[in-house]
Design a protein. Structure first.
Ligand code: GLY
Length: 377
């Protein structure tokens, strides 16, 4: 249980979201959205785009809305997304470490809510495939498949911390310790290979796929090598506290707090979040997704902390969420999205646009505060 004041505020914002979402879902329910252009969400459910890594989040939004309102159409839209993703389960090249992002907000959410055996089967297939990406020499989960002539056999990325809960879920369901062993081995490697002394994290680390030796890091979706891509920081804050919640290993909570402290120290004066904390000073590009994901992580850190820390992390989450609600939320019912200023990557055309998983994590954070969340991680 968090504070009553925070709960009341979150319930008010969720009530506004529910009013607008009725209209949005009537327009977009049958799509799998990613980015909105001129207020209208695109649709990634065609054969060419069905493997896209964000394709689980619309289902996740629909599940959280079903949890909030009990309206059956939300569940129907969520199940439709899950069924469409079956094509991905039959496509080896479409499966990768992001199986977590695809099947936690869809099949695991469905299984947790309804006990569907069909959904459990899908999520178990996805978890087994993800476990098969483990590199025993380097003790990391391989992130991506190869693209063209780029060799990704030794690549791990910080985002994978958010996919580990698919393995924790499989362990909790089957009691087969391999799932948990692989997840914790990866998390241990990430603590040593990605987290820097100042509490920031790098995005991509390349290992020698044969010997497991750490070769180098890359700036990835951030500004440059050695910079600090804020969404990567946010995946680490939330991902490490989730690993703590599943394993109770204290090091994971300690490192989540260290990365969170760095994140909080780098917020703007208005409690908004830049695209990269080390981008050039004259550049003001933001990423609201990083803000929303970190708020989710901070709330979970607050929930498992005692004494002064509880208030420190909860207040930081509230500052971020209030800034999003007041300055970065579009309440016009004629546009399909909520959060503005979401950014794909520093060196990318899609900077400060609406992106579906910004909305997902914003809603999830509010559901946590309101004590109503359907927990999917
Ligand atoms: N997982 C890729 C991203 O956060 O954009």
């Amino acid at each position: 249980m968090l504070g009553q004041e925070e709960k009341k505020w979150a319930e008010e914002i969720l009530a506004r979201i529910a009013v607008k979402m009725d209209k949005v879902a009537a327009r977009c329910g049958h799509k799998i959205p990613y980015i909105a252009v001129d207020g209208i969400y695109d649709d990634r459910s065609d054969d060419e785009n069905i493997c896209w890594w964000t394709n689980g989040f619309w289902g996740g939004i629909m599940w959280q809305m079903y949890q909030l309102t009990g309206k059956s159409e939300y569940m129907e839209y969520a199940v439709e997304v899950e069924r469409k993703l079956d094509k991905v389960l039959m496509n080896a090249q479409g499966l990768d470490h992001d199986n977590g992002f695809k099947w936690l907000p869809t099949s695991v959410a469905n299984y947790r809510k309804t006990g569907s055996i069909e959904s459990k089967n899908r999520a178990m297939l996805a978890a087994n495939n993800m476990a098969g990406r483990f590199n025993p020499a380097g003790k990391f989960i391989r992130a991506w498949n190869d693209w063209g002539d780029e060799d990704h056999r030794g690549w791990a990325i910080i985002d994978c911390m958010m996919n580990l809960p698919l393995l924790y879920w499989a362990y909790e369901e089957t009691k087969d310790p391999r799932f948990c062993q692989i997840a914790t081995a990866h998390a241990d490697t990430a603590m040593g290979a990605f987290v820097r002394g100042d509490g920031s994290v790098c995005h991509i680390v390349e290992f020698d796929p044969e010997t497991g030796e750490r070769r180098k890091s890359y700036g990835g979706q951030g500004y440059d090598h050695g910079s600090s891509w804020t969404r990567g920081q946010s995946w680490a804050v939330y991902g490490f506290v989730l690993s703590f919640m599943h394993t109770k290993k204290q090091e994971y909570l300690d490192v989540a707090k260290r990365i969170a402290n760095y994140f909080i120290a780098n917020l703007t004066e208005d409690n908004l979040v830049l695209l990269d904390f080390r981008q050039p000073e004259e550049c003001q590009w933001e990423d609201s997704i990083a803000a929303a994901v970190t708020a989710c992580g901070l709330i979970e850190i607050a929930k498992v902390s005692e004494g002064r820390d509880r208030g420190v992390y909860l207040r930081a989450a509230m500052r971020i969420l209030k800034a999003l609600a007041e300055h970065r939320c579009n309440w016009d019912e004629n546009v399909d999205y909520f959060l503005e200023k979401c950014s794909v990557a520093y060196h990318n055309d899609d900077i400060e646009v609406p992106i579906v998983y910004g909305d997902y994590y914003f809603i999830e954070a509010l559901m946590k505060l309101a004590d109503k969340e359907l927990f999917i991680w």
